[in-house]
Write a protein that binds this ligand. Sequence first.
Ligand code: NDP
Ligand code: OXD
Length: 308
Amino acid sequence: MPKILFADPALWPDYSTALPQALAEAGIPADLVLEAAPETVDYIVYAPSAPLQDFTPYTRTKAVLSLWAGVERIVGNATLTQPLCRMVDPALTEGMVEWVTGHALRHHLGMDRHIFNPDHLWQPKPPPLARERPVTILGLGELGTACARALAALNFPVTGWSRSPKSIPGIRCLSGSDGLRTALSGAQIIVTLLPRTPGTENTLNAETLALPARGAIVLNPGRGALIDDDALLAALDSGQIGHATLDVFRVEPLPKDHPFWVHPRVTVTPHIAADTRAASASRVISENIRRAEVGEPLLHRVDRALGY
Ligand code: NDP
Ligand code: OXD
């Protein structure tokens, strides 16, 4: 019977029912524990906030299974030599699609003008149709692709950008550094859904923020480090960027004195774009344990060299 260490006690209340149930549904008789002698552990269910930081003594561990989609706080741990899998949770993806389409539609429809109208102004200014508003999504992985499809289904012309070339029906797919310039040029809404790696740091900077259409909207549910904060603030001040809706930050919680809190063209959401949901995440974890137990390849393996 495999021994599974649930390494983050703070998250256990969410998983104490869902994980045993999912393991049972997957037909895995498991010894699920919150503490164990490291050399007895077969699988580790992990989050970066877990007290466990030294993986060296976990000599028989077959996989470390992250509850987080982004692994930048784990992947650089030199003691973690066991296979690492990230979270790809259908419910998390659903949540991200809702956050991105909701905030895209807020700006597309100009909702703020009517929600905050203290002077009761009657100023009919119909928005353009979605088909007239180009959207660019940086990152065409699990989340970026789902958001691209959802926005394309609403008729937005969607361009996506990724490291490797892709072909997705209904989406203009670009890659590489020339692709980035083309993807951003003329975009009216930009969504950043890249992982944080050395290759994605400051993807949006003074130079690239000058490429979109004037007044473009930035939505960042990816990671704070994808954007150069100072360059974004300058672009907001000049009107080159019309508004930024930001869910993730270089430092979280966002420090109380950070200019983003008070900037009139910034909306801050507190890293809630898409949560891992215990029921569906437990099924993902259980499926990976089932696979490992029967010698099938693990799903969602992190490429250490690429960092995601
Ligand atoms: P994936 O790994 O599935 O996709 C990542 C995408 O980014 C891929 O298309 C990849 O390209 C592309 N990419 C990576 N590096 C580069 C690069 N240097 N240049 C161009 N493209 C690059 O990740 P997910 O879609 O699952 O998640 C994306 C990120 O969203 C996570 O890493 C996490 O940071 C964030 N997130 C935020 C949440 C929130 O609540 N705010 C919740 C969950 C995740 P390729 O396809 O070629 O590999
Ligand atoms: C994640 C996140 O990576 O919540 O799962 O940001």
